[in-house]
Ligand binder design. Sequence first.
Ligand code: NAI
Ligand code: MN
Ligand code: ZN
Length: 336
Amino acid sequence: MKSVVIEQPGELRIQTRPLPEPASGEVRVKVRYASICGSDVHIWHGHNPFARYPRVIGHEFFGVIDAVGAGVDAGRIGERVAVDPVVSCGHCYPCSVGRPNVCRELQVIGVHRDGGFSEYAVAPASNAYRVPDSIPDKLASLIEPFTIAANITAFLQPAAQDVALIYGAGPMGLTAIQVLKGVYGVRQVLVVDRLPERLALAQQSGADAVFNNSEVPLAAQLEGVQPTLIIDAACHPAILAEAAALASPAARIGLLGFSAEPCTVTQQSLTSKELSLFTSRLNSHRFSQVIDWIERGAIQPEKLVTHYFPLAQVEQAMTLFEKDPRTCCKVILSIE
Ligand code: NAI
Ligand code: MN
Ligand code: ZN
């Protein structure tokens, strides 16, 4: 089979590898579509602290089960599935409280073990979620990025009367906008980014107002509006302090970033307004929820997609994705 392998930081190859056999409890998926994420680019360039090399990248993928390991119902062969990349032990403290995404032995498919930029991939059978016929093949790899928004909003508990503010209108910001509007019915969703093209996508995904902070600081544009729910999907370390300053008393702030740089924020700016801070990593069993949202039309993954490329052009696709955020949002690889 052909697989996209990062041999070591900076070295991307399409290799021919032996077909993997599903181990006990696993399924093998013949991958049809896989979407590119910033973290794939980071693994390629050696900027992901969790990655081990060589690695077949790709954690957002969809395909058809073509083989099963011992103990897995052979009736699943032929099933269309999206694969949850979060592989957990099931018995540590975080697993025991329903937080497998921060399992002590967390293994992320495409990061810690081989992933979906490949003609075939193996995964635990319980990570392979059946995709209903109403969700087309070419959109099903986008279930995973929406699980990030599902996870953070589960912490933030959005309500109709919230005034939400989202930093960043990349894929993560756009999924958050769609979930806040389409699932939770939040009345006002404000979005800030530095790129007008990204803000246009935010409007297409349902943003009620957009702000460009490339020249004028956001505070000067909000005219005293105090957001009650803030999601940082831009993830610059300076954003937390600004968010705390702008937030309404009793607001909730959700953080998605992994920067190793310190965020400088005073206790007073948080405590005086009794702000709640939540962080969210990957997803905890949110695939079924997102599949349901897409099925009932609450969210529209197609609004994120700008490009499709065949697997053979993966390097071109990843380079475009990385260098051209004005024209690119979700870039999806098709695998024959
Ligand atoms: P992206 O880079 O495509 O989008 C970020 C957007 O933020 C861009 O449109 C950029 O113009 C904008 N931006 C940057 N600095 C800004 C600022 N100071 N003010 C306003 N806008 C600003 O990235 P993507 O894929 O949307 O991911 C966003 C972040 O989420 C990344 O840092 C990524 O590491 C993180 N992430 C976290 C996950 C988690 O589970 N916690 C999962 C996936 C991504
Ligand atoms: Mn991703
Ligand atoms: Zn665990």
